[in-house]
Design a protein around this ligand. Structure first.
Ligand SMILES: Nc1ncnc2c1ncn2[C@@H]1O[C@H](COP(=O)(O)OP(=O)(O)OP(=O)(O)O)[C@@H](O)[C@H]1O
Ligand SMILES: [Mg+2]
Length: 399
């Protein structure tokens, strides 16, 4: 079977590796031939993916998506920021049965917009915090008025997010004054009450087109507050068995209700005993990178199996694990790390992504440490990061 993957970044390259193991052919839609997945895929279609992306010398999103659809049996996504027009066109092909889409265009379109997504969750009765739609005006006086209205509705500070296009904390900001909204002026946003959260959890759900739905154990996430960027993941999470079961059941019900196909990451906040849903990603996620070494089958393998309609894999955790993202701390003009995976020892696995463009807190790679329990895995991760820090003094992670 031939699978098309929209997007050719880091996640796409892991998906291509998994596809190969499953005997599937891959074609990636990439905006440049240098993207990581282009080196691993069987075929590449070059073209823009998001609306507003430059198309100099490459096909526009609608043409590129059409080309991809012609070459494959099923299309899936490694990112949710996909052109609305290209999705409309793909929806037409999906309805006529010319190509399968997993997850469906309807599901991806709903989830790619944070406001639409939260409105759906609320309407379906799933637990979410307070939020309002927020179109940010360009002029200062109107921005002041908008900020005051949000403070009155949501409290101060609140959290502002662009409706679309955000990832890795880009497009998310805590707002205490109108000035802090200025960068987002002209954008369609969602404003949310700041949740006094205790922990951040994620559940990876895998759903087969025939309806079977399974979940990985709960992951606990730690964020770097400087940029709301994911720094550390622990699995299993340090929560009670009762809360873990509730989180898994809630996530499973949600993805079943959506009718999603493939892997979904359901991100949640805990406040005391309560769970609030933060967001759902309609794709494999950075939080699940540790499934590569800590589980019998990775999120990437599960996603490709579900998209292709192959049987889902058994979810079996081999060892407790901790993953640390290797974040770029300062401008690294001369760093030219090759893409590579290596082990520091049997229990610590390092993945460098070979990224050339550097900006503070960009994810340059990750490290997964295994242990007999989460504490041991955590200690190994800290030692591993320290060793890398010594080796690559230009990278710095707060361990
Ligand atoms: N309403 C909120 N209250 C408190 N903290 C929040 C809220 N919304 C977001 N955050 C913080 O900001 C982080 C990033 O927000 P969110 O998950 O919406 O953005 P993202 O950039 O799409 O994430 P990802 O890293 O999954 O791509 C959250 O994980 C959390 O730490
Ligand atoms: Mg998130």
């Amino acid at each position: 079977m031939r699978v098309g993957i929209v997007g050719a970044g880091q996640l796409g390259s892991y998906l291509c590796h998994a596809a190969r193991r499953l005997g599937l052919q891959t074609t990636v839609l990439a905006s440049t031939p240098q993207q990581p997945a282009c080196q691993v895929a069987d075929q590449v279609v070059l073209g823009a993916i998001a609306d507003g992306e430059p198309t100099c010398g490459i096909a526009n999103p609608v043409v590129a998506m059409g080309e991809l659809a012609q070459r494959v049996d099923v299309i899936t996504f490694e990112r949710e920021n996909v052109s609305v027009n290209a999705l409309d066109m793909l929806h037409g092909l999906e309805l006529t049965g010319l190509v399968k889409v997993a997850p469906s265009v309807e599901v991806l379109s709903l989830l790619q917009n944070k406001f639409e997504q939260k409105s759906w969750l609320q309407a379906q009765g799933f637990p979410v915090g307070k939020f309002v739609e927020c179109r940010l005006p360009d002029d200062t006086a109107a921005l002041q008025a908008q900020a005051q209205a949000c403070f009155a509705e949501l409290g101060r500070p609140f959290v502002l997010k662009t409706k679309t296009g955000g990832y890795d904390g880009l497009g998310v900001r805590k707002v205490d004054s109108a000035e802090q909204m200025a960068d987002f002026a002209g954008h369609d946003c969602i404003a949310e009450a700041l949740i006094p959260l205790q922990k951040e959890l994620a559940v990876l759900v895998v759903r087969h087109p025939a309806g079977e739905c399974i979940t990985y154990p709960v992951f606990e996430m730690d964020f770097d507050s400087r940029g709301n960027v994911l720094r550390r993941v622990v699995c299993p999470a340090g929560i009670s068995e009762v809360q873990a079961q509730r989180a898994r059941l809630l996530s499973k019900e949600l993805i079943s209700r959506l009718g999603g196909v493939g892997v979904f990451a359901v991100e949640m906040f805990t406040t005391g005993d309560d769970l609030l849903i933060n967001e759902i990603s309609p794709r494999v996620h950075n939080v699940g990178h540790l499934t590569l070494e800590a589980f019998h089958s990775s999120q990437f393998e599960q996603h490709m199996a579900a998209a292709a309609g192959l049987p889902l894999r058994v979810i079996h955790q081999l060892k407790p694990a901790v993953m640390e993202n290797l974040l770029c701390e300062e401008s690294l003009a001369n760093a030219e790390l090759e893409r590579q995976v290596h082990t520091l020892n049997d229990d610590v696995h390092v993945h460098w992504y070979g990224k050339r463009g550097h900006r503070p807190l960009r994810k340059m790679g990750h490290l997964t440490a295994l242990g007999d329990n989460p504490r041991q895995a955590g200690a190994r991760a800290v030692r591993g990061v320290q060793r890398l820090r010594d080796d690559h003094t230009r990278f710095s992670m707060s361990a």
